[in-house]
Write a protein that binds this ligand. Structure first.
Ligand code: PLP
Length: 371
């Protein structure tokens, strides 16, 4: 394996660019000793809700917890079904099982990699309670037809916006399109904490109240437990870091989009398929994903030049051994399975240099020719 010339992600470069602000925010938490929830977390909740165009934000300890609590607040439980996709990070499906319900999967639209709205209707049964579209890679799912079918059947729509901070759908911001939205602030995300973090945003005060209680042991006041809750609270340090980073998010999103323009331009004459920004979407490119029938060889060629890449995701959830009992065989979701075999994510972070982008593109342009 060659020395790393282009990392997939460079969190150190980002920290260096905002070090004084971050260090001051960390110092404030140390001084206040508000290590769990507290004023920094509350301030971040206000700012992030405003950023999403939502009236409520509940800060949590991970995106997985956000999905779990959003499902519980929607009343999802044993005997219920929730419709989502197999081409996602495993948490989208696992959270449905956390809630005791059954995940019902539908295939993706191969252009957007997101839930195919035309597939939903056939998956609805009398037990269906919610639809959980994932805004994969930073591009929103096609939400209007999803909301329309949900309204017709009285279903709750929960956005998995874990990869889609600041993404837009027809001018609306991810986090305020469905009934609730779930974010992850895992460090590598477009808005990443310095540890685990997540949040639910919503315009529904009742959902927000329930989630606020559930994250803190179901208390409505200290030691009065009206719900069976969890310890899913956000740490003070994470709230402080996220508050600082949120102020830079729009600038970082623009930088990502500029990198993508450069990639698209340099790769327009190569034999890989570059990502499609759907007409309804403003993509925030958490991940820049190519499609190539020679994906594994291309990844090896890049690695031999010291270029790190990722595969998001190599095995769709229905084919993971741990989820075999969902009952879906190979061939059940052809578009998801084809995508899993072909996708390759190139290095992408706001601080990536032009020289690094060109080095990546030289290898991709050279292609992988037999012999
Ligand atoms: C689509 C999606 N959903 C859910 C999650 C879970 O978030 P977390 O890792 O913060 O629990 C992730 C995180 O990687 C994700 O990418």
């Amino acid at each position: 394996m060659a020395d790393i010339k282009v990392p997939y992600l460079d969190l150190k470069a980002q920290y260096r660019s905002i070090k004084p602000e971050i260090d001051a925010a960390i110092a404030r938490v140390l001084e206040s000793c508000q290590f769990v929830l507290g004023s920094e977390v509350a301030a971040f909740e206000r700012d992030f809700a405003a950023h999403c165009g939502a009236s409520e934000c509940i800060a949590l300890n991970s995106g997985t917890s956000a999905l779990h609590l959003a499902l519980l607040a929607a009343g999802v439980g044993p005997g219920d079904e929730v419709i989502t996709v197999p081409f996602t990070f495993v948490a989208s499906v696992a959270a449905v099982l956390y809630a005791g319900a059954r995940p019902v999967l539908v295939d993706i639209d191969p252009r957007s990699f997101n839930m195919d709205p035309a597939a939903i209707e056939a998956a609805i049964t009398p037990r269906t309670k919610a639809i959980l579209p994932v805004h994969l890679y930073g591009q929103t799912a096609d939400m209007d037809p999803i909301l329309e079918v949900a309204r017709r059947h009285g279903l709750v729509v929960i956005e998995d916006a874990a990869q889609a901070h600041a993404a837009k759908y027809k001018g609306r911001t991810a986090g305020s399109i469905g009934d609730m939205a779930c974010f992850s602030f895992y460090p590598g995300k477009n808005l990443g904490a310095y540890g685990e973090g997540g949040a639910v945003t919503t315009n529904n005060a009742e959902y927000a109240r329930t989630i606020r209680m559930l994250r803190d042991w179901g208390q409505d006041r200290k030691y009065h437990h009206v719900l069976r809750g969890f310890n899913y609270r956000m740490e003070g340090f994470q709230g402080a870091v996220l508050g600082v980073k949120l102020r830079h998010l729009n600038r970082w999103t623009e930088a990502r989009r500029a990198v993508v323009e450069r990639y698209n331009d340099l790769l327009s004459r190569s034999d890989v398929q570059t990502p499609v920004e759907m007409p309804y979407a403003r993509h925030v490119y958490h991940v820049y994903t190519l499609r190539s029938p020679d994906r594994d060889a291309l990844q090896a060629a890049l690695a031999s030049e010291g270029i790190q890449t990722g595969i998001h995701y190599p095995v769709p959830v229905h084919l993971q051994p741990a989820y075999a009992d969902l009952g879906y065989a190979r061939g059940a979701f052809p578009q998801s399975e084809k995508a899993a075999a072909e996708v390759l994510s190139l290095p992408l972070f706001p601080e990536i240099t032009d020289t690094q982008i060109e080095a990546v593109c030289r290898v991709v342009q050279a292609g992988v020719h037999a012999g």
